[in-house]
Write a protein that binds this ligand. Structure first.
Ligand code: CMC
Length: 436
């Protein structure tokens, strides 16, 4: 029997929880189409108890049809399609269509989608003025949080979150404008003139053009490098209920508009434990500086002085499948650019080998994640370190908006409202100032 959210209720299967006062609570066990079963605790509060699961180690916060991860096996599927196949055979906008609509597009659906996204790549001229309010040395992620949130103020006539057409329009606008805003953040930081998007270019090509072209000369692109960035975009497009996606869903559950929700996702992504890890991983490699320093650095990790950035994952207890694709891309890009002997790449390979064979990392199932390699690729493409997380945000926007849309489409979504285990002072009376 399927419940309203699409999970399958196993008729005879329940988990029984016995409280220390002798009461016994029967909790339904639900199955999805793939992955672990879950115990449905959502009716438990009526028994006067809550569950306690800080950092959500054991909690599914929603049902979803979008992305599946098997962390033990190291699988990642978007709408059922393995990430490796999409990275090799598809392109970013096709993956966006898939994530948003649930199916791969046919030729006509694809060209319509590409045309619509492309037509939304320019930003309102007033948006340009927001940039000058920032200091030139502002981190581009700070600019992204502000400017993307500010988009909320531009589309009053199409912000009805209960209207599927308005939601679709918001998705197209966000998808179209994020690369433009990201490139503008880069240009502003460096004092270069903004470049308008070019409709004739592909999505990723256009982003590279807006980042690196200037009005004074022609700009020629290397298709192999475009393809490498396209792959980075595909690999980062969605990753089920991670911190930023859960933030977007939680913000959206209150009825906030999609631009505000995506801005909250960008803020959550910024941290070094999440999207900031690629920047942190590259900084770490630069700090180590030389292959000879790797053993000493690894000892410091084992002594818990610092973490090995780009390693470990809450869900993957095996190789991150995105990391395997990214490592291949890393080789390809460095070869294309004649940088096979790149010092940081060699250092990363040495670090990877030592960590993969060290008991500390093996016991804790710590493997390289996508960010261990993506920083090296982005750096080779000429993208500055402070733009790494911005690139992640541009790519993840489709995941956030698809997850938000899925939640809004559901007929019984409610405001997200976790409870707490209160450990503060018990009731006490106010003490007058003179008696404290
Ligand atoms: N380096 C060294 N030790 C680590 C690392 C690491 N990168 N990650 C986890 N550990 C150890 C940790 O010290 C703990 O050891 P012990 O049991 O002795 O206390 C054990 O492994 C479990 O760690 P945890 O913090 O409970 O694991 P978590 O699931 O909460 O953390 C993580 C997941 C991704 C935040 C963490 O692995 C980490 O900080 N990694 C580095 C940052 C990083 O690369 N993040 C990118 C994630 S992939 C991109 C994305 O999806 O956002």
């Amino acid at each position: 029997m399927q419940n309203k959210q699409g999970a399958i209720r196993q008729d005879k299967r329940v988990a029984t929880l016995t409280l220390d006062d002798g009461r016994s609570i029967e909790l339904p066990i639900l199955s999805g189409t793939l992955g672990q079963d879950v115990i449905d605790i959502h009716g438990m509060s009526k028994w006067g108890v809550f569950t306690y699961d800080p950092a959500f180690f054991s909690t599914a916060s929603c049902t979803s049809e979008i992305t599946f991860i098997d962390g033990d096996a190291g699988f990642l599927y978007y709408r059922g399609y393995p990430i490796e196949q999409l990275a090799e055979k598809s392109d970013f906008l096709e993956v966006c269509y898939l994530l948003l609509n649930g199916q791969l597009p046919d030729a006509e659906q694809k060209s319509n989608f590409v045309r619509k996204v492309t037509s939304h790549t320019m930003v309102h001229d007033q948006i340009v003025k927001f940039f000058s309010g920032f200091r030139r040395d502002a981190h581009p992620m700070a600019v992204m949080v502000g400017v993307v949130g500010a988009l909320s103020a531009f589309y009053h006539d199409s912000l009805d979150i209960n209207n599927p057409e308005h939601r679709n329009l918001a998705a197209l606008r966000l998808l179209g404008k994020l690369p433009t805003i990201a490139a503008m953040a880069y240009k502003y930081h460096n004092g270069y003139p903004f470049m308008y998007p070019k409709y004739k270019l592909g999505y990723v090509e256009n982003f590279i053009y807006m980042m690196f072209a200037n009005p004074a000369e022609d700009y020629v692109q290397n298709p192999k490098l475009v393809r490498a960035l396209e792959r980075i975009f595909i690999l980062h497009a969605d990753h089920e209920q991670n911190a930023s996606t859960s933030t977007v869903r939680l913000a959206g559950s209150s009825g906030a508009n999609p631009f505000a929700c995506i801005s909250s996702g960008i803020a959550a992504l910024w941290g070094p434990a999440h999207g900031g890890a690629n920047e942190a991983a590259l900084k770490m490699l630069e700090t180590i500086g030389d292959v000879s320093k790797v053993p000493e650095f690894v000892q410091g990790v084992k002594d818990k002085k610092y973490r090995l950035m780009g390693f470990g994952h809450r869900v993957y207890k095996n190789m991150d499948p995105r990391a395997s694709v990214m490592r291949d891309t890393c080789y390809e890009v460095l070869q294309e650019l004649g940088l096979e002997n790149d010092k940081l790449f060699k250092l990363a390979m040495e670090l990877e080998q030592i960590a993969l064979h060290d008991a500390y990392f093996i016991e804790r199932k710590l493997y390289p994640n996508v960010d261990f390699y993506s920083g090296i690729v982005l750096r080779a493409l000429g993208i500055p370190m402070n733009m790494f997380t911005v690139i992640f945000a541009v790519a993840r926007t489709i995941g956030w908006i698809s997850q938000w849309n899925e939640m809004m489409e559901g007929d019984d979504h409610k405001i997200g409202r976790p409870r707490q285990l209160y450990v503060g002072a018990t009731r006490r009376d106010f003490v007058e100032m003179g008696k404290r």
